[in-house]
Design a protein. Sequence first.
Length: 325
Amino acid sequence: MMAAIRLRINPPPAPLPQETARLLWEDLNDWEVVEWDDLPSSYRQFDRPLELAIALENNDIAVHWETPFPDDAPPIFPWPQQLQAYDWPDSPTILALVPHRGCEPWLRRCLTSLVQQTHAPSNIVVIDDASPQPPLEIIQGFESVTLLTAAEQVGPYGLIQAVIDRTDYDAYLFQDADDWSTGDRLATLLATARSQGAELVGSQEIRILEPELQLQAVGYPPNVTQALNQGPGHPLLHPTSLVTRDLVQRLGGFATGLRFGGDTEFLLRAHWRARLVNSPRYCYFRRKRPGSLTTAAATGLGSPPQTGVDGTTQAAGSGQCPGSG
């Protein structure tokens, strides 16, 4: 891909929720090509940004995704004394982790958005969960990306934890293989983490409904720790996040025995031990498609197994046993 077209998605200003994720805009259609003169005339007939992006990518024209900055700077939150500020290194080493299985149709856009980062991660790895045919051909198109393969299928949290255990980066950036980021996502997360002294930081979400290619704006609470103190919910989307190795190690890592819900379980443990926040910016494009872990009726948010993870971990963190009253 030689040229790059800048597409900007403009979510309307709306107050962010304070307790859990909330759909803020159901049909987001305010978008623009930032430098219209760079767009070849044959591509100017599209009404939806995803349709335009697909057409460009099919002709090896890269897309650089952008969103606007909020008008007001986010507040610095008051924190309990026991939650000390994390002192980020001046130049932290950061590994981008992309768990993968069956996401070949979307993996190129995912990786393109990571190699385009204005603050480049130290390295990028795709961790394949024992696919019959790992996506080697796709990975070979990205010189800065490494492919790791699992011998047996263990689920995304087992993959992630195995790599964290075997590496020594200051922090880890998550991204699902069927999603993508704005070009300044990592820079934005780092700036937010530094300003709040936070060890886990996510962002707002632009959701893509398939097959309609409809965009939605989903808001998350800026202060995740405070939101979870008020009760279980879904105040942070795991693949949007950046986390310090120190926090992962202090908590004993992800629950690798969970095939799903490991991100929620980790978050509910983390909020007792660290400052957790979300940037007010929309830096992450999440594909909502049938059959994924987060949308399937048997495993998605609100399913009985997921609800059980929420309740059990919240009770354990508060010193209560489930069913104890």
